[in-house]
Design a protein around this ligand. Sequence first.
Ligand SMILES: Nc1ccn([C@@H]2O[C@H](COP(=O)(O)O)[C@@H](O)[C@H]2O)c(=O)n1
Ligand SMILES: O=P(O)(O)OC[C@H](O)CO
Length: 319
Amino acid sequence: MVQENGFINSQGKLPLVSFGVISDVQCADIPDGRSFLGVPRYYRHSFLVLQRAVQKWNEKRLKFAINFGDIVDGFCPKDQSLNTFKRIVNEFNLFNGPVHHMIGNHCLYNLPREKLLPILNIPSHDNLAYYEFSPIPQYRFVVLDGFDISAIGWPKDHVKTIKAVNFLKERNPNSDKNCPTGLVGRERRFLMFNGAVGKQQLEWLDRVLQDATKLNQRVVICCHLPLDPHAASNEALLWNYDEVIDLIHRYDCVKVCISGHDHKGGHSVDSHGVHHHVLEAALECPPGSNAFGYIDLFEDRLVLHGTDRMRSREMVFGC
Ligand SMILES: Nc1ccn([C@@H]2O[C@H](COP(=O)(O)O)[C@@H](O)[C@H]2O)c(=O)n1
Ligand SMILES: O=P(O)(O)OC[C@H](O)CO
């Protein structure tokens, strides 16, 4: 039974456009398990959550959908990775519209970028996975590659891997670089399962935001890794979230940042009125329950209609 969290459309207005959202499906054909902190994870059931999401998005005749990353879990046996990705992407493809994917750490545990990006149909150059699209003239969506500088996903001798490994060595004293012991507050983001947006990508983002400003477009930033410490756990943040936020704050056009990764979800509004929203994970839905939704875009707000474990939220920003 698919239970919408009953959100009434504000002011009875029709949305400009509506799109589907889901995050952290982390599917694998393995028995149920738990996260490091003991939270139950349902690796097989999450596929059913995705199926129900696609069915709902089609019923609602949504214009497009966004997957916020991590569609296959790192525990997926590696000889099954490729087929598992194909099975999940085929399921997304049953949606009657384009699906915009982004990569997560679990995607990179399974496949190298050169295999992953074509499967996910991610527009890329040099195996980087950042891009933008404008579904209607009033809005621009920017998808960031949060693992641009990362110790996972690039070949071991790649300059980006070396940079990331050195970055972690300087900031995290533990031999297991996924372990935050001894790190305090926001330092706890310096973990191997996170990453950073590189210099070139930041320059690209700057150009996109300049252009969006000229065109009077509102911008929605999408990134697997959260960008605001008040919306997510310290352990889940993009390494250089502060640098990205400083750039975003130089413009008025960015209204909302949406992410996944921190499975419990979260929300905040920062000092510049930018909304930060973290989507609840499909993986952690006990059998029969769901975590997906759709978002209505208006001139002055986004309205997220969540299903079951995905909370609904109205994000008002003014024009
Ligand atoms: N508080 C934490 C959280 C995680 N780890 C390490 O990260 C790995 C992945 O964590 P999951 O939440 O996806 O299970 C885990 O195997 C630990 O090495 C940690 O040390 N402390
Ligand atoms: O990416 P996962 O599934 O290993 O989980 C990441 C943590 O929830 C971030 O705090």
